[in-house]
Design a protein around this ligand. Structure first.
Ligand SMILES: [Zn+2]
Length: 110
């Protein structure tokens, strides 16, 4: 209950690492990279914008092609209206579907 696995990626805005949580795996609080994540995990975290506490920007893991699954982190614009929040953390509004039009850029390859 309440367990998940964590997939960490570099934030495309600020470069600090950020977490995407998935319950699609065995939820042993594992810490994985995108390359280590299973296809089920990638499907679970795909196109789910997350707010990055470290820099206050939105990020999505998106794959324009999806053949085979290979997610990359993209910068996302702030939603038109706020979703729920708790303390200093924010969530993307549940009733506002993310679309590729919300993507505003990608980090330059390092
Ligand atoms: Zn950031």
């Amino acid at each position: 209950m309440g367990m998940f696995d964590s997939i960490y990626v570099p934030c495309p805005h600020c470069g600090k690492r950020m977490e995407f949580q998935t319950k699609a795996g065995d939820c042993q609080l594992k810490v994985l990279t995108l390359e280590q994540a299973t296809p089920a995990m990638l499907l679970d975290i795909r196109d789910q914008p997350e707010w990055h506490r470290a820099c206050g920007n939105w990020v999505v893991l998106h794959d324009p092609d999806w053949k085979p699954p290979q997610l990359r982190a993209f910068k996302v614009r702030a939603p038109d209206r706020p979703g729920s929040s708790e303390g200093d953390y924010k969530w993307w509004p549940y009733d506002l579907p993310f679309t590729a039009a919300d993507i505003i850029g990608e980090a330059a390859p390092s």
